[in-house]
Design a protein around this ligand. Sequence first.
Ligand SMILES: *Cc1c(COP(=O)(O)O)cnc(C)c1O
Length: 556
Amino acid sequence: MKIAYFSMEIALEPAIPTYAGGLGILGGDTLHSAADMGLPMCAVTLIHRKGYFRQRLDESGWQSEEEDPWDIGKFAKELSPRVAVQIDGRDVHIRCWLYEIHGISGGMIPVYLLDTDLEENSEWDRSLTDRLYLGDRYLRLCQEVVLGQGGVRMLKALGHVELSRYHMNEGHAACLGIELLYEEMKALGREEIDEEILHNVRAKCVFTTHTPVPAGHDQFDMEMVRQVLGHHTAFLNRKDLFHSELCDSECLNMTSLALHLSHYVNGVAKRHAEVSRMMFAHFSIDAITNGVHPGTWVSPAFNSLFERFVSDWRKDSFNLRSVLSIPDDEIWRAHQLSKNNLLNFIMEKTGTQLSHDKLTLGFARRAAAYKRPGLLFENKERLGEIAKQAGGLQLVYAGKAHPGDNQGKMLIQNIIRLREELADHEITLVYLPDYDIRVGQLLTSGVDIWINTPQAPMEASGTSGMKAALNGVPSLSILDGWWIEGCIEGLTGWAIEGSAGDARALYDKLQNKIVPMYLGERGKFIEVMRHSIALNGAFFNTQRMLLQYLARAYFP
Ligand SMILES: *Cc1c(COP(=O)(O)O)cnc(C)c1O
């Protein structure tokens, strides 16, 4: 029994830029835990030869992008099988590269990186697997055909005949279902997709939906779909499988397709599953809350601490509960060392020397309006008062905007432009360029408080606060996504709540609870740090998450 995990992006390691953000990070963390647990799993994604992009920020704070090619041969091994898929009447040939994820006890998860850069293909087709999430709708649909149909064919060519589950991580992977439908039709000798065929395909498929934001659900207009997938008449005749109320005209909706072809569907946090049930009323949608891979996100200082105090914490994340018995000064020292690492990095990157003693808040996300990166600055006078009370305040920001998203770029610029004005209020603001795994590791472990201010209920789960929790960094966050489950007020962090407006609620918590505790009641503050790890780090990790997938989705 084997599980094939399909994802358009997977964050494999810091030097490989085959991811854009949370979805890819989750994919990587899931597979790292699967390797640790020795699960019978393999994964399929695209090679993204030129990565996502490197972010440059000019003097005025405006983002520009550079290609981010990586040295494939250094990290992955080319395999010999070749397959082809038909796209828009052409045969597109595909090869694959093997990247191995090795777990702590000898387990290994093979990740197959699909690549169309072959001489047999036209110039255009050769660049099909070059860039992640860039280019037009046509390119995107072609990429999804390569991932889904090409992926299923490649696994077969590689000799994976014992696969019994296909996990679509997001609708991008839904084309794998089309391939399984055709396999089944061939096996049963049918010309049409009937109920028996659907039943057999559903028995194999699991689907995780990732966002309540409508624009986050891929759809393609039918004219283009007929052009690209025109030879699949049996599939195109079954519009009921992919049509969705989300599109106003005729279209192929990938979420709808994935929903129809899966026997098990889940959202990525309890609240997100509730919202998804309202969006897709005809489907039963379970909840499995996301997690992060502790071995990836725990800072070197906390790593040493856990090695001393928590037995087998890498093997069994539940053991992190025994962090409850680590003495105050040990936790504080590990945190100060992590903070020191971040401050050194900031100095190196920006030339700004931050203070070890000042309260430091962190915020890093994709620059999108619903994440409200500017909420903290809604009332700068008030924020200035808080900074004064705290003896100075340090803010560390990071995050990329999608290259085509000028509004997102403006959000970044607006924050950077506040730097001087904030300096007059004893607030030092740093915007770190090029948010990636490495910056994420330093940031989530090195600040004192992790801030999250999404417009509820748009944050499906969020995972950066989980990374922070593992490093004893409590969150101050809107009650949305995972934080509804993770927040125990004053014990694992703080909620931004109340009818007075979110910004005011944010200032109130900072001013009345966090600053006084951080400055005047260090013991109490460390108590919150300790519970962040013992209660939230021990639970919001990909090991617990995978155990739930095994019990509820893969092999109930
Ligand atoms: C963790 C992480 C994300 C996702 O964080 P969210 O809280 O889910 O937004 C995105 N990018 C990088 C580099 C990360 O490390």
